[in-house]
Design a protein around this ligand. Structure first.
Ligand SMILES: [Zn+2]
Length: 308
């Protein structure tokens, strides 16, 4: 956490933050308290009840409403707490203040490499929440999911009786060990099932009988006889005929020779009568069936509208 957090705020945010410090009569920003003053000691924590959490989150400006608090277990803040992203809570009561300040690091879910958020809350002796702050964007106001996560953890500790015991090993260990120490690992090394479940599954022996060649052929023939086309057949040589390309390409009808091809230089010396006779011969030799006529009609009917 940046030591000079306050100095980096803009003037408006500095004003709001200063007001919070005045409210708890602290002349120093909790982010500047020496590391040595903070203790892992749940027995120092005030008696924060769920009602205090509820009242604070509802009454302070932020994301929490009566409707969302009705299903508070689905809130991000509660999920952070349940998932173990709320790390060890440290407390300190400044000599000048009547409030106990609790601070914690809240890891942003499973993104292990990201910097955690740093909420702090000031609780009065009876457990009510006086002031809260977080260095996230939302925390500049009065409440955010990280503040809520911190409150949910403290409330759980009170409810479970950890704050009424002396700081024996158990409450302090609960506070510190609540964090799930998730370490990154290769997927192949992650155990997704409990060992007992794996062993149980191993005991159930499933016998696999190999099918005979005849049985395989019978199966393929049965599939081949289906009206639908089981796609698996496309991978078997003798049964893939349903997947062969069925469309046959029809060839264009043979059209008569182009008139230009009839040109011969010697016709230039013909008399008019010879030319007429030649044309008559050619005309008689030309023949077209109905299919050819239709084809020529289809492919040329739009030529009249062509500009080229
Ligand atoms: Zn926050």
């Amino acid at each position: 956490m940046a030591y000079n957090y306050f100095d980096k705020l803009d003037s408006v945010a500095q004003g709001r933050y200063s007001t919070k410090l005045v409210l708890i009569n602290s002349d120093e920003c909790p982010y500047k308290f020496p590391a040595g003053v903070w203790k892992n000691n749940p027995s120092w924590w005030p008696d924060l009840q769920f009602g205090d959490v509820y009242s604070y989150l509802i009454d302070s400006p932020g994301i929490f409403t009566r409707a969302s608090m009705k299903s508070y277990k689905s809130l991000d803040g509660h999920n952070y707490f349940k998932s173990g992203w709320v790390q060890t809570v440290y407390s300190y009561k400044p000599s000048t203040s009547a409030y106990t300040i609790l601070k914690v690091d809240v890891r942003p879910s499973q993104r292990l490499n990201e910097e955690p958020h740093h909420p702090w809350v000031a609780l009065s002796g009876d457990g009510s929440v006086a002031v809260a702050h977080c260095n996230c964007m939302a925390g500049l106001a009065e409440s955010c999911s990280h503040i809520a996560a911190l409150l949910f953890k403290v409330e759980a500790a009170v409810r479970l009786g950890y704050t009424t015991k002396l700081c024996t090993e158990l409450p302090c260990k609960w506070n510190a060990d609540f964090v799930k120490k998730v370490q990154p690992a290769l997927v192949k090394d992650i155990q997704f099932y409990k060992t007992s479940c794996v062993n149980k599954a191993k005991k159930v022996k499933v016998g696999h009988l190999s099918s005979t060649q005849q049985e395989q052929q019978t199966l393929l023939q049965t599939l081949h006889a289906c009206n639908s086309k089981p796609v698996v057949l496309s991978t078997f040589d003798n049964f893939s005929d349903k997947f062969h390309w069925q469309n046959t390409v029809t060839s264009d009808p043979i059209v008569p020779q182009c008139l230009r091809s009839l040109y011969k230089a010697e016709y230039a010396d013909f008399t008019k009568n010879d030319l007429t006779r030649k044309c008559s011969e050619i005309n008689d030799s030309y023949s077209m069936n109905k299919e050819t006529i239709k084809y020529i009609y289809d492919v040329t009917q739009k030529q009249s509208s062509s500009l080229t």
